[in-house]
Design a protein around this ligand. Structure first.
Ligand SMILES: [Zn+2]
Length: 244
């Protein structure tokens, strides 16, 4: 019996170390500055960068309707789960993505944060989906869609069913069900919101939320915990809001 307890404690210890080596940072309360550069010097940009994300989108310095076309529809992928991570890596995203101002961004993955990372006039929504894209020459573009509590969302229902199946579970869902029908976006240049906080990310955030049920939001909040980075200074950046 004693031997058994020792063995299981050892196994637990090893798996904890493995997780810690994989991910050496974590989200804070979403308000206090995280100081990730103190965790790892590779994350210096997180604290020193002048073009970081997320930001409050409520003080735009330009208004224009960004030329944005999405090519989504039904897509398949596999669940990629981890600490503070619920993600779908697309496996059939060929030809899917978004065209922003003539630049074609190819769809790679979608992941979630609770609450939303970007704010609009100080308000954060309970959930956000980040659709991550890249151009053929490696420039990153993200489309953020916030969720408010309301009707159950069909795409989220498929994803949560697969989430219950665990890491690597296959999933097919209609991406269009997770994007506002009239898509108008805030547009600015920012960064990844997780280490190494790389800049040069073309951010697009829908100005209107879509609906998810209270249960769907609660399930993702339970899986992710607080997973929004603190708001970063806008600085001298151009932030374009949809024209009124
Ligand atoms: Zn994200």
């Amino acid at each position: 019996m004693k031997k058994f307890i020792f063995a299981s404690t050892l196994a637990l210890g090893i798996s904890t170390v493995a997780v810690a080596q994989e991910k050496d940072w974590s989200f804070g309360d979403g308000v206090t500055h995280e100081r990730w550069s103190l965790e790892n010097t590779d994350y210096a940009l997180c604290d020193a960068g002048l073009n970081q994300s997320p930001i409050d989108l409520g003080t735009p310095n330009a208004r224009a309707d960004v030329e944005l076309a999405t090519m989504f529809g039904s897509a398949s992928g596999t669940m990629a789960l981890g600490e503070e991570k619920v993600q779908v890596d697309f496996t059939d995203a060929q030809g899917k993505g978004m065209n922003s101002g003539g630049m074609m961004f190819n769809l790679l993955q979608v992941h979630f944060h609770t609450p939303s990372e970007h704010a609009i006039n100080g308000e954060r929504f309970p959930l956000v989906a980040h659709f991550v894209h890249a151009t053929d020459d490696g420039r990153l573009g993200v489309l953020g869609v916030m969720f408010e509590e309301g009707e159950s969302n069909a795409g989220l229902a498929n994803i949560l069913e697969a989430h219950a199946g665990g890491n690597g579970t296959a999933v097919t869902f209609d991406i269009d069900s997770m994007v506002p029908e009239d898509l108008d976006v805030y547009r600015y240049m920012g960064s990844l919101t997780t280490p190494p906080c790389s800049e040069g990310v073309n951010w697009h955030v829908a100005d209107t939320p879509v609906e998810a049920s209270a249960q769907q939001i609660a399930t993702l909040r339970g899986a992710l915990g607080p997973s929004a980075r603190s708001l970063q200074p806008q600085g001298t950046r151009l932030v374009v809001a949809p024209s009124e």
